[in-house]
Ligand binder design. Sequence first.
Ligand code: PGA
Length: 266
Amino acid sequence: MRTPLIAGNWKMNMTIADGVALVDGLKSQLAGVDGAEAAVCPPFVLLKPIADALAGGNIKLGAQDMFWEAKGAFTGQISGAMLQDVCCSYVIIGHSERRGRFGVVPESWEDELLLTFGDNDVVVNRKVLAAFTYGLTPIMCCGETIDERERGVTDDVVSSQIRLGLRNLTPAQVASMVIAYEPVWAIGTGKVCDPAEGNRVIGTIRNEVRTMFGDAAEAIRIQYGGSATPENIADIMAQPEIDGALVGGAALKPSFADMVKAAAAR
Ligand code: PGA
């Protein structure tokens, strides 16, 4: 039985004061709620104050990215050891806003290059491996662009992201980690993927994991992400393959707690 995980990706939002106020409220709303796990993933500079605010509650802390080296001359980077030091449990890796999309030809390729950070599948794999070195649970993201969906290559794209992202992991590591299937066209657009289609793609991902790692596929949690809200979370969670959600915009509001409760009630 897989416990659903509802994780809030705050992206580049919130001050310390606003973040602490939000998690103070979430903590009391979610006290005693079990059957689903909740996590918040604030920007790096908020991690320590949010960790302090979460103490004694049942909400976990995650980061939005990490670098694979432990320390050294890597200006601007944050290591897994540092995330461990501030009590992170999770780390999001390979979010589409960080992945390079160099294989596709977007309408405005200059904008595309400027707005991505070049996390290709090799980088994603290194970061996933490094997360385990520091006792962090990776939430590895995958998903197709609208162009890839319209060309009918969704399953090929996500299967390839899974094969490359999970290289050199052990079955036990894979069993303990989280994958987030996030169709890029559904992120921040209000266009949620049809839950049945999300369920189908997640089933494809689970099959790919089964081919690579056998029974670990039954244990790994695979979330849906992309315009998940308190209004549509029940339909998403009604799908048997979907083990929770990675939530962006709706994670910045107190009603994020309602999403966790809906997941717990399934
Ligand atoms: P969204 O973002 O919920 O705002 O669509 C999801 C994500 O990017 O993880």
